[in-house]
Design a protein around this ligand. Structure first.
Ligand SMILES: [Zn+2]
Length: 361
């Protein structure tokens, strides 16, 4: 019983710290301490103490506010610290490795892509190359200090193991990058979808063409990951029962018709029809009405969209009531690595205490 009160007070203070930082990070302009107090419902003294703690941790900074007519004195505003702390996003994909550092405002500070076919390469060799790329990118991003990392992978994960990545030809690979660098892990499609969330675009499927095809399902700003984080494998949705053999071993998967290599061989029209057919099923099942085309699809959207829309109009049950929307991703190929980097920042902003106490690695 004696410990209960301090623990409760601590968690309340952590909650308030996250609340104050949340207000600063979502505000459209810097907030005064008085405004933070008013918006949070905390006392002025409590809000000021929290702001001091955030300033000390380097999460926020002071900026001059315009003089108010009432006092005539220059006021000080609190804003997210740009260029101070940052998140490192990493990606292993079939034909490149990538690393990106973003600051707390989400702005890209440094971005490096190393092109090269990773298929059939020894995972140990690829992970070592990624480590070098990560360290070089962190260094190039200075003075921004990286406080955490996240790695986007093209396959199914459990804990720190990449169980299956058919397009890399990898099975049951232990994903470790070595000393001082232990990134959070998730499927590339989930991170890519996160990068496309905006204040006006909150619920959609993001379908991304590479050698394989990834899909991230976003509902009200959050990625729907399924029970094990394995949702969104649209590339292996059957579009032709007895169709050509896919890298997964099954026949007639969407990937065989709409993967990057299939498009190079057979053109965008066939790919668009297959994509539209598969996506119509997805929209019908999930009650979502917006498709965002990413990866290689972003650059060829004008060639794909007519065939996709044709199938959606024919196959989505409610298409006559509310037309499905097909949009082009803002970030294209860099979405997954950017989403990974931003996920680190989101984690810091939602749990600032973790950063302050543990240094957040
Ligand atoms: Zn397949």
């Amino acid at each position: 019983m004696t410990d209960a009160k301090p623990a409760r007070q601590r968690s309340l203070r952590d909650h308030n710290l996250a609340l104050a930082l949340g207000l600063v990070s979502t505000a459209s302009s810097p907030l005064s301490r008085a405004r933070i107090a008013a918006l949070s419902g905390l006392t002025r003294a409590t809000a000021s103490a929290l702001v001091e703690e955030l300033l000390e941790a380097g999460l926020v900074c002071e900026v001059a506010l315009p003089r108010t007519a009432r006092s005539g004195r220059p006021a000080t505003g609190i804003a997210l610290s740009a260029g101070g702390l940052g998140g490192l996003g990493l990606e292993i994909n079939v034909d490149y490795l990538a690393a990106t550092v973003v600051d707390l405002t989400g702005a890209v500070v440094e971005q490096v892509v190393a092109e090269g076919d990773q298929r059939g390469r020894d995972p140990v060799e690829v992970l070592a190359a990624l480590r070098s790329l990560a360290l070089a990118t962190q260094k190039a991003a200075r003075p921004v200090r990286v406080v955490g990392a996240a790695l986007a992978l093209p396959g199914l994960l459990r804990d720190r193991r990449l169980l299956l990545a058919p397009n890399l030809g990898w099975r049951d690979v232990d994903i470790r990058l070595g000393r001082g660098l232990e990134p959070a892990l998730d499927n590339e499609a989930n991170y890519a979808a996160l990068a496309e969330v905006t204040t006006v675009r909150q619920s959609f499927v993001h379908v991304s063409g590479e050698i394989g095809i990834g899909m991230g399902i976003v509902v009200a700003g959050n990625v729907y990951r399924g029970t094990r984080g394995w949702s969104g494998e649209i590339g292996h949705l059957t579009v032709e029962h007895d169709g050509p053999r896919c890298s997964c071993g099954a026949r007639g998967c969407l990937e065989v018709f709409a993967g990057q290599e299939a498009i190079a061989r057979h053109g965008a029209e066939r790919a668009g029809t297959a994509l539209g057919t598969a996506l119509a099923g997805v929209l019908n099942v999930l009650d979502l009405n917006t498709v965002v085309l990413g990866g290689c699809y972003a650059g060829m959207a004008s060639a794909l969209i007519p065939a996709i829309q044709h199938e959606l109009r024919d196959r989505v049950l409610w298409a006559g009531l509310e037309a499905p929307v097909v949009e082009v991703a803002v970030h294209g190929r860099s979405a997954a690595v950017l989403g990974a980097a931003r996920s680190v920042v989101t984690r810091v902003l939602s749990s600032p205490r973790d950063l302050i106490v543990t240094g957040f690695r």
